[in-house]
Design a protein. Structure first.
Length: 289
């Protein structure tokens, strides 16, 4: 059962419709649907590389999400992963094409598709809403654990209705850090591997669950002290970035510059270890810049 925080007094509304409640209900509906389809997909296709997968369930989930959101807010713009051609250039162009949108929904219908394909239960629905380029609502729903992570700008971040706060560690050596193995095997993966090789001996350990959105949510919940990855897209990051900021953490690019929607090389922490992690990535040439 999904437990929600009290968003009845939500300040982000269009008429009588709360953006946050629509995002929550949509993520929950899509999450339960993809969970019901687990193990039943018929078509497995490759996108940007043999490691970048898509199924008809990804596409169906995005269609479901788009239809639900557009029913409430037909004048809003929508950016979903499955509506964009594969590859970094296409992702950047798609974001640029909607950069002038007043309200922009940014959606990953299944973040962690490879996990989904293999029945590895680390996949989520990620939905964010940006107003004039700034994320104001972020929702990540994990149907395997029935965990809903939700944040609204200025109102905190919650999981299962309980307020979240980032972890207390103030040294990298005491920290559990998340990262990943990017699907871009030619550019992003070698850079990320440099970071993993350099940072692994200097932290308590590193985890790579295969879902950036879920790991960002875990930073917000204090389960990870930090996360970084090279070559992500706006739909991987946007919702999780707001979760972390509203939970008291820090999100930037890997050079330490403040997070914006076009950040692809992302670093997110509890704030206390941010500078130390950034310095380690810079020292090993693992920033992607």
């Amino acid at each position: 059962m999904i437990v929600l925080a009290d968003f009845d007094n939500n300040e982000y509304k269009l008429g009588s419709k709360s953006f946050t409640v629509v995002a929550i209900n949509t993520a929950a509906t899509a999450g339960e649907w993809i969970k019901s389809k687990l193990g039943t997909f018929k078509n497995l296709d490759l996108k940007y590389s043999p490691h970048d997968l898509v199924t008809e369930v990804d596409k169906g989930s995005e269609t479901l999400i788009r239809n639900l959101i557009m029913t409430h807010f037909p004048q809003h713009s929508f950016l979903g992963e499955e509506g964009v051609e594969p590859g970094p250039a296409a992702s950047a162009a798609a974001l640029a094409n909607v950069s002038d949108a007043e309200y922009l929904w940014i959606v990953d219908p299944i973040d962690g598709t490879t996990n989904y394909v293999h029945g590895f239960p680390f996949f989520v629905v990620s939905i964010a809403l940006a107003y004039k380029g700034e994320v104001i609502v972020g929702v990540v729903y994990d149907p395997s654990r029935d965990e809903l992570f939700v944040a609204e700008k200025g109102k905190g971040a919650y999981v299962k209705g309980k307020r979240m706060s980032v972890s207390p560690e103030n040294k990298l050596s005491d920290s559990l850090i998340g990262s990943g193995f990017p699907a871009d095997r030619n550019y992003a993966l070698p850079i990320n591997q440099k970071g993993i090789q350099a940072i692994a001996p200097k932290v308590r350990n590193i985890r790579a669950s295969g879902s950036a959105a879920l790991q960002l949510a875990y930073v917000a919940a204090g389960r990870l002290s930090g996360f970084w990855e090279i070559g992500l897209n706006s739909w991987d990051i946007a919702a999780g970035a707001l979760l972390i900021q509203e939970a008291g953490g820090t999100v930037s690019d890997t050079l330490g510059k403040p997070y914006t929607l076009d950040v692809r090389n992302v670093m997110a922490t509890n704030g206390s270890i941010h500078q130390e992690l950034q310095e380690e990535l810079a020292q090993c040439d693992g920033t992607g810049f």
